[in-house]
Design a protein around this ligand. Structure first.
Ligand SMILES: [Fe+2]
Length: 261
């Protein structure tokens, strides 16, 4: 039975209080749900208040990327996001040494069917995994146990300590992910824990989310129709005061302590 996670209140970004709330929610929970970003201009305005935009090969000159089904080209490895199929939980730009910290995704046109956004908090995943199998947490946090991307991709691990007591999660599950034999042994459990902690966000025009891409993984259900989303990637402005990494959720049996070190 999947766990029921609590999502924060949805914030109306047409209201300055709502925008201020986005920064607060991201700082406290690593994510915020938004509504009222009713135009491309409104999406970009919200992004401007939160982040320094990062360039992306598929982005338009204004920094926003239109996410929709581009057809056959989406079958190229690494382009599944621009298709209509299911996308398994992943970190955006996992192949980079330092993936963009923030991702804003807003719905322009919902799918005819499916296309829900599925999110999971890496903080909960790490705590649950360490509780269920300390060996799995160790293997998936071992340096050089995962490689993401093409030849110039990133060699690291699913869980990485970024500061004493602070962690980041990084994952992709397509053909551009490779794992050490020891890490590979625990992928099934990792996927189980991810599913159990996943929350689903329905999409409607002007609604979306901001996530700390070093803490939350995102996924998408398969869809039909002209589902169109706008995405902006970037790094938090100093006023967001977002600290590096997340602290592990309270361990239920102390198992995490051995991983957290
Ligand atoms: Fe993505």
């Amino acid at each position: 039975m999947p766990k029921v996670s609590t999502l924060p209140d949805v914030l109306d970004v047409r209201d300055p209080q709502g925008v201020a709330g986005v920064g607060r929610e991201v700082r406290e929970h690593g994510m915020a749900l938004v509504l009222g970003a009713d135009s491309r201009r409104a999406v970009l305005r919200l992004a401007e208040k939160l982040m320094a935009t990062r360039p992306h090969p598929d982005a338009d000159p204004d920094g926003a990327t239109v996410i929709h089904d581009i057809g056959a080209q989406a079958h190229t490895p690494g382009y599944a996001g621009l298709g209509a199929g299911e996308l398994l939980h992943h970190t955006e730009r996992s192949q980079l040494p330092y993936p963009p910290r923030l991702m804003l995704l807003v719905c322009v046109t919902p799918a005819t069917s499916g296309g829900e956004c599925r999110l999971v908090d890496g903080r909960a995943v790490l705590a649950d995994l360490a509780h269920r199998s300390p060996d799995a947490a160790h293997a998936l946090a071992a340096p050089r146990s995962a490689f993401f991307g093409r030849g110039d991709g990133h060699l690291g691990s699913v869980f990485a300590r970024v500061n004493p007591g602070h962690w980041a999660i990084r994952l992709r599950q397509d053909e551009l992910a490779r794992f050490s034999p020891a890490a590979h042994l625990h992928l099934a459990l990792l996927r189980e824990v991810i599913e159990e902690n996943t929350v689903t966000v329905e999409t409607s025009p002007g609604c979306g989310y901001v996530i700390d891409n070093h803490r939350w993984l995102h996924a998408r259900a398969a869809f039909t129709g002209d589902r169109t989303m706008l995405r902006v990637l970037g790094d938090p402005l100093p006023r967001l005061a977002l600290r590096a990494g997340f602290t592990p959720a309270v361990p239920r049996d102390g198992a995490l302590a051995t991983v957290a070190g």
